[in-house]
Design a protein around this ligand. Structure first.
Ligand code: SF4
Ligand code: SF4
Length: 108
């Protein structure tokens, strides 16, 4: 779910471009994509390119894939990002069987 170049001081979610959330779609995106038929038999989104770990429709990805745009108004940005980070850690562990690197672009 590529969002931003890493290690920039930014208010946007610090995605490490691990690709895990697209390689194995879970949670709310899975519910949405079941409707659209976007989930492949291996659990990946059909728009995910495993060779590059990038979204092939990045500029036109649906709202559910836009982390900063779906932040609940009741949550501050830091709290929302902390929550999403835990989801990313879970996805990364499920896909790679390794802890997710949080400080730099994903090396896995
Ligand atoms: S799991 Fe998180 S860090 Fe990895 S690509 Fe998706 S949003 Fe980015
Ligand atoms: S549409 Fe793109 S960003 Fe969303 S799950 Fe699929 S590959 Fe990932």
């Amino acid at each position: 779910m590529r969002f931003l170049p890493m290690l920039k001081k930014t208010k946007e979610f610090p995605c490490t471009e691990c690709g895990a959330c697209c390689a194995k779609v879970t949670g709310p995106p899975a519910v949405v994509f079941e409707e659209t038929g976007w989930i492949l038999p291996n659990g990946a989104c059909k728009n995910y390119d495993p060779a590059t770990k990038q979204c092939m429709i990045y500029e036109k990805r649906p709202p559910i894939c836009r982390v900063d745009e779906i932040r609940p108004p009741s949550m501050t940005r830091p709290r929302w990002h902390a929550y999403v980070e835990t989801c990313c850690d879970f996805s990364h562990d499920m896909v790679y069987g390794l802890p997710r690197e949080r400080k730099c672009k994903c090396p896995h």
